[in-house]
Write a protein that binds this ligand. Sequence first.
Ligand SMILES: [Zn+2]
Length: 138
Amino acid sequence: MTVLPSSQADAFGMRWRVRLNASHDEATAFATLCHELGHVLCGHVGADPKGYWPDRRRVRTEIAEMEAEAVAFLLCNRSEVITRSAEYLHSLIHRCDCSHVDFYAIHNAVQLLEGTTLDEAIRKAAQAAKKGGARVSA
Ligand SMILES: [Zn+2]
């Protein structure tokens, strides 16, 4: 992934570019794209200008790798795309202090990539609970 200077942002204000290896099979290319987008949406390359994710550029490299790969693993697994993501995650577990992994960032990234933000999910759950007579707080 390449992070571009803000002067090279595209028409949508995006400042990064992901390049995929053309020799990879579709599953590997999808997993790679999910991993790189995981870095973006976990804030590893900066904050979203609209506030969808914070700036987390100071996260240690091994933690960032763990978070991005967790995003890729969840997206691939839920899409029934078979990859070697679980093996990579397993190797990362032995290299990082998982107490610093931000599960909210992983969840938020997966929700954004699947089309629903965490706030929307909470709001939908609260509305569903109200209809059912239950009370939900977040
Ligand atoms: Zn990575």
